[in-house]
Write a protein that binds this ligand. Sequence first.
Ligand code: PPS
Length: 290
Amino acid sequence: MSSLKYIQYHGLLLPTVAHSAESLEYAQNFSVEDTDVFAVTYPKSGTIWMQEILPLLLNGGDLTPIQTVVNWDRVPWLEEKRLAEVADKLTSPRALVTHFPYSFMPPSFHTSKAKVICVMRNPKDILVSSYYFHQMATFLEDPGTFDEFLEKFLEGRVLFGKWTDHVKSWRRAELGDRIMFITYEEMVQDLPAALRRMSDFLCCNLSDEVVLKIAEHCSFKTMKANRMSNFSLVPKDYVDSDKSTFFRKGERLHLLDWKNHFSPEQLARFTSVIFKELEGENFSLPWSLD
Ligand code: PPS
């Protein structure tokens, strides 16, 4: 694995394009405020979607931020280099995203009342999404064959480590009513209902009309066309759009796309490893893995 494309941070692989020793130190020293809201996602679980949703929930549906500020500055990643550039411009209540496992959160997060929305996605669809992302992103290692990438994923030799470690870390988190869990699949199936749950959790007090307006502006179709969110502003050197695009498919195809990629043997191997890793945990997965 090329040392230029990734850095190791306490055992996690992170792409150097967006992370550095300084950005990670900045994240650890970041002063979390009680009113901050974090969307926590393992990569490819709905991060960019939350960068669209959170500002609208928190500001009552004003479209200005999603139409005028690029997603990575609007709701920055806690761990990425950009945060230091834009932190001063964020207005309260601030929204951030992070791929960090729970134990990597900064000390000020633990002493704050900041809230967390943890978005989980079926790991088989994460794997497929990530596989295509690696083919397209020139700043990431070539994923190899699907079979090779599946092994890397199961062993945690991928960005931000093992999916199971990430999920376990947040499920164990002692955050009480500061954290809510939602699935990417719930959001695809009924976005207004998912937004209502998030809005109630964040005490946003939104009318049904505003929730529907937000759902419309956060639909796959609308986001795919929003140049402030569809990565079309990323320099062409970083993405090879002939290979794939960030918004890969149309609406409901996001569910169960894994069925088009896994062989029966791969499915059996994947399921048995994930089940073994989660053995003894006191939560169950919200989807069937078969
Ligand atoms: S990243 O690189 O970790 O920030 O990626 P992330 O944003 O977490 O996940 C990317 C996948 O989310 C899909 N996506 C959406 N699906 C449905 N509706 C909306 N509005 C939406 N916005 C983003 C995106 O298409 C990626 O999934 P795949 O399966 O690759 O298409």
